[in-house]
Design a protein around this ligand. Structure first.
Ligand code: DOR
Length: 441
């Protein structure tokens, strides 16, 4: 326990958990918790000057790949945690497509423990829906939840069997945790590496049609209606997926959806600029502008609940393979805040309070975390954000081991300048601090 009091001074407090956007409010932290100013009684007060900055509680990125166990040359739980802290993110939900796949309570517990040991951000495990994500037998969702899994997904792969998807969604009603599906009809998508036609067609890169995603999103929506289960649609990229989500929400189904910064900011035209450079290779692929516009409209219409990075780091050697053979994925944790501001706030699509819902109360509700925001007694997780800062993305400066991003060299607006987790400053002015956290609950 520390007597030190942190006072975050003079910032614009944007707290979507409470629906508050107030100009100039001081935030006080003691012993890892928010406290009311008049109750702060520390021996020593550390003041953080937030003049001109946005003060936002607990940013959540609910879709990241940390590659541990098994593929630590791509990322470790520690390096991924550093990337999160660098990006302003206090909570991540880690996908289970590691080696082995996280499909038992013991493995869920192992990821949680590794996250604690990294002592930087809160790492919440997602368990697999099916054993080894093979799509044949359901994993023990109940026991994984008891061990700390906050959701279930075979991400990287779809749950192809409608029978198993129906069963998983049925279980989700009593688990009160979402089934997060990577919607992809493999019989349509396999062998494809980029959006079908257009630039990929001209480059001779095999294609993936939008229907590969949308057909399964429609199936999942119908199964959510049938079961009353909790479906979360990961990384929406296609126009008709948006229509399926609209349909589900209009009928009051328990369906939530997620978009990524790369699908909101980029189109398959990026292949014209990058040619055969695989930084643009991601699954689902970058789509034409009509789909991007539909996605932006879906965000404005409130159909999208979550902005998540789908942080998918890979080693440079792997990404240097020929386009069809390279792995899919973009390293996204260190550009997600800039992505949110550049795609949604700067063009005036959403007010900052609504935009930040997508990384706070939105994912919190999907995962059922129950965080209350910057109120006395709550865990003190904060990001200080400079909304004006324009910066050029240089992957060489990432903490992530994955430097694979099509945002490389792009000018973006908005940057996290400090991250506080559990009342400890874990990143300041772009530097991740190694002081560590005393506890992470
Ligand atoms: O681009 C992707 N990369 N999409 C996924 O769904 C999986 C991810 C990965 O694990 O690399």
């Amino acid at each position: 326990m520390s007597d030190t009091v942190i006072r975050i001074k003079g910032g614009r407090v944007i707290d979507p958990y409470r629906g508050v956007d107030s100009h100039q409010e001081d935030i006080w932290i003691q012993d890892g918790r928010f406290v009311a100013g008049e109750d702060a009684r520390g021996r020593e007060t550390v003041a953080l000057d937030a003049e001109g900055l946005w003060v936002v509680p607990r940013l959540v990125d609910m879709h990241v790949h940390f590659r541990e166990p098994g593929q630590t040359w791509k990322e470790t739980i520690r390096s991924g945690s550093q990337a999160a802290a660098h990006g302003g993110v206090a909570v991540v939900a880690a996908m289970p497509n590691t080696t082995p796949v996280i499909d038992t309570p013991e493995l869920v517990e192992w990821v949680r423990r590794k996250g604690h040991e990294a002592r930087l951000v809160r790492v919440l495990p997602i368990g697999a829906v099916t054993l080894a994500s093979q799509g044949e037998d359901l994993a023990d969702l109940y026991r994984m939840q008891e061990a700390g899994a906050v959701g279930f997904s075979d991400d990287g792969r779809p749950v192809t069997s409608s029978r198993l998807m129906r069963a998983a969604l049925s279980y989700s009603t009593t688990l009160n945790a979402p089934i997060i599906n990577h919607a992809e009809d493999r019989s349509l998508a396999d062998g494809g590496a980029a959006h079908e036609g257009g630039p990929a067609g001209r480059l001779g890169i095999p294609g993936i049609p939008e229907a590969a995603e949308s057909a399964m999103v429609w199936r999942d929506v119908l199964l959510a209606g049938l079961t009353g289960g909790r479906l979360h649609v990961a990384h929406v990229s296609a126009l008709e997926s948006v229509e399926a989500i609209r349909y589900a929400k209009q009928r009051g189904y328990q369906v939530t959806a997620e978009a990524t910064p790369h699908h909101l900011l980029l189109t398959d035209e990026a292949l014209n600029a990058w040619q055969y450079n695989t930084v643009t290779k991601v699954n689902p692929p970058l789509r034409p502008d009509a789909s991007r516009q539909a996605l932006l409209k879906a965000v404005r219409d409130g159909l999208i609940d979550v902005l998540a990075s789908d942080h998918a780091p890979h080693h440079a050697d792997e990404k240097q393979r020929p386009y069809p053979d390279a792995p899919f994925g973009i390293s996204g944790l260190e550009t997600i805040v800039a992505g949110l501001i550049t795609a949604l706030v700067e063009p005036g699509l959403l007010a900052p309070l609504d935009a930040f819902k997508l990384m706070t109360s939105g994912p919190d509700r999907v995962l059922g975390l129950g965080y209350r925001g910057m109120v006395p007694g709550e865990q003190a997780d904060v990001a200080l954000i400079d909304p004006q800062q324009q910066w050029t993305v240089e992957p060489g400066k990432f903490y992530s081991l994955g430097k694979n991003t099509p945002f490389q060299g792009m000018m973006m607006t908005g940057k996290a300048v400090a991250t506080i987790v559990d009342g400890r400053v874990v990143m300041q002015d772009g530097e991740v601090l190694h002081a560590g956290l005393s506890s992470l609950s």
